[in-house]
Design a protein around this ligand. Sequence first.
Ligand code: C5P
Length: 220
Amino acid sequence: VAPVVVAIDGPAGSGKSSVSKAVARRLGYGFLDTGAAYRALAWLALDRGADTESAASVVALLDDFDYSIGTDPDGYSVRVGEDDVTEAIREPRVAAVVSAVARVPEVRAHLVAMFRSIAAAVDRPGIVIEGRDITTIVAPDAPVRILLTADETVRMARRSAELTDLAADSVGRALAERDRADARVVDFLNAADGVTTVDSTHLDFNRTVDAVITVIEEAS
Ligand code: C5P
């Protein structure tokens, strides 16, 4: 039987990734971070010196995009060809160009197909997939679809908790800019029909995980 899909979307800093991972662990499901693939393609573009503002240059990279990612929520590595890019894709230089790469329609089509085949191959009863267009494009028929939100000030504060004020300010601005660019391509700020919103503004991490688990239980 095909694995059960739990689809989770949300903006940057909503805690999507850590919450989704914890949910997958609790349920014994696999976990797929789709943002990692867009970041890995952005990394490849930088590595090759490609013009990330040119759709044609970005599309040309797809032939060479030998991407792999694990689906174990307890630790996975991200590879492009022979390179382990698990850490490198988190660098600010990658975040700065990822939205430009992710807005190219051919890129989205290629990656969406890839996500569906990774999900179908998972050797667990289910998989939690998180990103921006999972509830609407990647898995619109998933039995559980959740939009995880939090007020912008809270999201910025959570992301910046360990930084100095100055660094926090620039991280906050970069996040807000990336959300604005991404929202022009995919609407992940409003829940689509049939999608349940979980607002974590007033919930700590564990209560957010509990709230998501409750939505999943109510759906089954
Ligand atoms: O989730 P994360 O912040 O790692 O995503 C990195 C980038 O990948 C986003 O800013 C967005 O441009 C792109 N993305 C996307 N669709 C997804 C997941 C991520 O366009 N489903």
